[in-house]
Design a protein around this ligand. Structure first.
Ligand code: ADP
Length: 460
């Protein structure tokens, strides 16, 4: 175990964009020196400008720069960084990276390599969750490698079923089979997609839930018996299994359900000896929670939890990685009001085609309860090599209604010219009746978007 130390001397941030800035801000508040890494395409990036030092780790392609472990390790050595914060994406869930850093006496700000590995294999994660008393989606006991077993499992749990990649992420390698006839093709496609996306064709089968909500629980552990849950986030508004709009608390979870599922999850991570931030994701249908996966890192949507709890998740991550106990107990966690996050992508709001380029005019909204996490600025050129997320608008209000009013106002104020963004989509969503009523499941947005596309075809 790590000896409790006066936090770290210097933290290298192994990421880019808004999350690199987010981590930088926490380091600055703690008085910790920062090192930015960047690719040759990111020389003008805001995270590079704001960090105390920066190191170029390679050419534009992520595999040669932000995923380049030897270069990142060399950057730690050159700068004397004693810890690395991986952000999300890139190397944040790479157990090997965590091990290599530890072997070089550089702390990885995240859970142990062992916990990353268990949760990174979704079959293993589900097994572990079940052992710890977390409710899971009915499905195959482990992997399914042939059609005969697949059909047998599906017949037992009942169609429709979902075939999922063990190494899955980002919604890839997932296929639905609605009838036994659809099984051979669904199994073959899911395996092929899993192989090409993750280099691993192991798949498993789950009951396909018809109209669930995506509800996830934020947890923090210190690996020393301390654990808390910070309530749930509702991330049901998704496009292609990717979250678009997240809110906390969920409009459909009451205090009793929150305390019940939160308690189960917090106990489970204390039993595991889990250290750091984590998110346990569930589907929720007819009053029941079903575990789908655990992410062993900070999530894109963590600010909505910060907004309603007032707890800085990155500062807590840094503290526990330095061997400290959590600064909070469950009794200290109080939920205040409502928060919504909109993920603003550099994309056409109708076709979702990427829209990189130069931002000619930029004016973010402000005022009470408005937070913008972004690394763009006027004149910034968005490189075409990375994720299209360019910013997050997070709005907090005393009630959901106040939050929605404020969000509408903030979206009106937001100006990003020169590229296309998804802001117009959110302007539509914030005035939608179903959303105002909190009535939407994980399919709602896709249905809405295809209806819009059909009406575009008719009129245009
Ligand atoms: P990934 O790691 O690829 O993001 P997840 O297991 O987290 O995969 O699932 C992503 C999304 O896919 C969920 O938020 C939900 O929309 C859908 N999904 C996953 N499992 C099921 C299921 N058993 N039934 C219905 N939808 C599911």
């Amino acid at each position: 175990m790590i000896e409790a130390s006066p936090l770290f001397g210097k933290i290298l941030i192994a990421n880019r964009g808004e999350i690199a800035l987010r981590v930088l801000r926490a380091c600055k508040e703690l008085g910790i020196a920062t090192v930015a890494i960047h690719s040759t395409a990111d020389e003008d990036a805001m995270h590079v400008r704001l960090a105390d030092e920066s190191v170029c780790v390679g050419p534009p392609q992520a595999r040669d720069s932000y995923l380049n472990i030897p270069q990142i390790l060399a950057a730690c050595e050159i700068t004397g960084a004693d810890a690395v914060h991986p952000g999300y994406g890139f190397l944040s869930e790479n157990a090997r990276f965590a091990e290599i850093l530890e072997a070089h006496n550089v702390a990885f700000i995240g859970p142990s390599a062992e916990h990353i590995r268990i949760m990174g294999d979704k079959i293993e994660a589900k097994r572990t969750a079940e052992k710890l008393g977390i409710p899971v989606v009915p499905g195959s006991d482990g992997g399914v490698s042939n059609e005969i077993t697949a059909r047998k499992v599906a017949a037992e749990i009942g169609y429709p079923v979902l075939i999922k990649a063990a190494a899955g992420g980002g919604g890839r390698g997932m296929k639905v089979a609605r009838t036994p006839d659809e099984m051979p093709e669904a199994l073959a496609t899911a395996r092929a997609e899993a192989r090409s996306s993750f280099g691993d064709d192991a798949v498993y089968i789950e009951k396909y839930l018809g109209n669930p909500r995506h509800i996830e629980v934020q947890v923090m552990g210190d690996g020393q018996g301390g654990s808390v849950h910070l309530g749930e986030r509702d991330c049901s508004l998704q496009r292609r299994h990717q979250k678009v709009w997240e809110e906390a608390p969920s409009p459909i979870i009451d205090g009793e359900a929150r305390a019940r599922i939160g308690g189960i999850v917090a106990d489970a991570i204390a039993t595991l000896g889990y250290s750091g931030a984590g998110t346990v994701e569930f589907l929720y249908e007819n009053g029941e929670f079903y575990f789908i996966e655990m992410n062993t890192r900070l999530q894109v949507e963590h600010p909505v939890t910060e907004a309603i709890t007032g707890i800085d998740l990155v500062i807590e991550q840094i503290r526990v990685a330095a061997g400290h106990k959590l600064s909070i107990t469950q009794q200290d966690v109080a939920f205040d009001g409502h928060a919504i996050e909109c993920r603003i992508n550099a994309e056409d709001p109708r076709t979702f085609a990427a829209s990189p380029g130069r931002i000619s005019n930029y004016h973010p909204p402000g005022g009470l309860g408005v937070r913008v996490d972004s690394a763009v600025y006027q004149g910034y050129r968005i490189p075409p090599y990375y994720d299209s997320l360019i910013g997050k608008l997070i709005v907090h209000g005393r009630s959901r209604q106040e939050c929605m009013m404020r969000l509408r106002r903030a979206l009106d104020e937001f100006v990003i010219d020169g590229i296309k963004t998804t802001i117009p989509l959110f302007r539509d969503l914030v005035i939608d009746e179903d959303i105002a009523a909190g009535q939407y499941d994980i399919h709602w947005l896709e249905k809405r978007l295809s209806a819009d596309a059909a009406s575009d075809d008719r009129t245009g």
